[in-house]
Design a protein around this ligand. Structure first.
Ligand code: URA
Length: 239
């Protein structure tokens, strides 16, 4: 891992805001390998140096964030006795403690975030947060304004509560199927398939294209993954 400025190291580890940790450093409260350091810009090696604030060690926990274009036929799990998992698609260089943030069905493609940042995953999946997820689908039949209105109103899909208002955009209507884009703010089990079932249609193909501020990189072929850019990670943390 590359060296970091001392103030970034501490701010990344939530010791305070960037300006708060700068103050802490200037006041002589921070030591690196036992020596007081007063320069916030001093480079620190997160793997070698021992950083402490007021004598308390602050360990650097490196988080990793990967975007996967999930192909069909793999399961969104860390391990599975019989099925191939999404983790098996990451390169060997990836950390071994990563997990998928939420699930896509085995036959669903598209954007899947993998990380070891439990707090971020929890925030993105929290039912209270209502993070937008956008899917492209091919469905049987010809959805129209009636279905758009039903999606907007919320549907009874057999759960205790109706679904939250969802948007249904109709992209293309063909003789035997239609291409649509759906925006949902929850992540219930088989949610999109069950929403179309509730209006008498069947999902024939499903692909997630975005989750909150994160959009699937179209340069990724199904089965390919890449680390998130710093901008993508920062945008996700702002959710
Ligand atoms: N809705 C579904 O039905 N399946 C998915 O994989 C994701 C959303």
């Amino acid at each position: 891992m590359k060296k970091l400025r001392l103030d970034k190291y501490l701010a990344d580890m939530q010791a305070g805001t960037r300006s708060e940790v700068k103050q802490m450093i200037r006041k002589g409260r921070v030591t690196v390998n036992g020596e007081t350091v007063r320069r916030p810009e001093q480079k620190t090696d997160p793997e070698q140096d021992r950083v402490a604030v007021d004598g308390e060690t602050v360990r650097y926990v490196a988080m990793e964030y990967w975007m996967l274009n999930k192909p069909q036929g793999v399961v969104s799990a860390t391990e599975d006795r019989r099925e191939k998992t999404v983790l098996s698609l990451l390169p060997d260089s990836a950390r071994k403690d990563l997990f998928p943030v939420g699930r896509l069905d085995k036959d669903t493609e598209g954007l899947l975030l993998l990380t070891n940042d439990g707090a971020l995953a929890h925030g993105l999946l929290s039912p209270k947060r209502h993070v937008d997820k956008i899917y492209r689908a091919v469905v049987s039949g010809k959805p129209g304004s009636r279905e758009q209105e039903l999606f907007r109103q919320g549907l009874d899909i057999g759960d205790e509560k109706k679904t939250l208002p969802a948007e249904l955009e109709i992209l293309d209507v063909r003789p035997d199927c239609s291409e649509v884009e759906i925006t949902i703010r929850e992540g219930r089990y088989h949610q999109i398939k069950r929403m179309f079932e509730a209006v008498g249609m069947k999902v024939l193909f499903l692909k997630r294209i975005s989750m909150g501020p994160l959009t699937l990189d179209e340069a990724l072929e199904p089965g390919q993954a890449r680390p998130l850019t710093e901008e993508e990670t920062a945008a996700l943390k702002g959710v």
